[in-house]
Ligand binder design. Sequence first.
Ligand code: ADP
Ligand code: ADP
Length: 230
Amino acid sequence: QGGVVFKEVTKTYPDGTNAVDRLDLEIRSGGLVSLIGPSGCGKTTTLKMINRLEEPTSGTITVEGEDILLCDPVELRRRIGYVVQEISLFPHLTVAENISVVPSLLGWSAKKTRARVDELLSMAGLPPEKYRFRLPDQLSGGQKQRIGVLRALASDPKVILMDEPFGALDPISREVLQNELVSLQKNLKKTIVFVTHDMGEAIRISDRIVILRKGRVEQEGTAEDIRNSP
Ligand code: ADP
Ligand code: ADP
């Protein structure tokens, strides 16, 4: 069974906060699923458990059929792309070096890495010869976020986690990146788990929407189901 599957997953933080409560979730391989809901409903905790930045208190999570608790967390994180709102490019590394972080850890040759960086930059409409050697502070907010997405794609992971990736952008850049993500998804067929609190964004980009409330699924369905529900 592909995709990401949660069975009876509970996360209680040490202070007793029940962030996720017996959550069952099935995110099919190749789909873009948004987790949405009010602040504090457990979206980020749910996402972080998928790459073991947080450990569940109980229950099981499988990624591409594998129980993640049996995987080495560091190895797992290299297999799962992760994009967050706070742009986390390394400021002293060039665009090319930022995109190559995971390929370097995986021991790719310089030639293979460079070809991949150029391919990704071209795909994002950033001419490699112009952008390869720039530092993050020579990029716009939208460009930085694009590089963050390319970094997550670099080693071609099957699963990508995105936590409000466009939340810090102005409305226009945000819409441009949303559209880019949708066309990227059409071509690459990644399994994307996307956290947002913006229903318009969720409806625009998702195959499927899961509404969380107090750490449980309150409602789920296609963007159309959700839009048409009372
Ligand atoms: P079919 O292609 O057979 O019509 P659907 O794709 O409409 O089936 O979905 C079948 C079931 O799987 C429905 O309950 C649907 O809500 C659910 N489903 C569809 N896409 C996903 C997904 N990405 N993740 C989890 N469940 C999904
Ligand atoms: P969301 O992403 O939907 O805003 P979170 O997953 O961040 O929700 O948080 C769910 C609940 O868990 C909230 O009540 C939050 O305050 C709490 N929480 C999140 N992280 C921690 C932590 N490290 N320690 C204690 N409580 C936390």
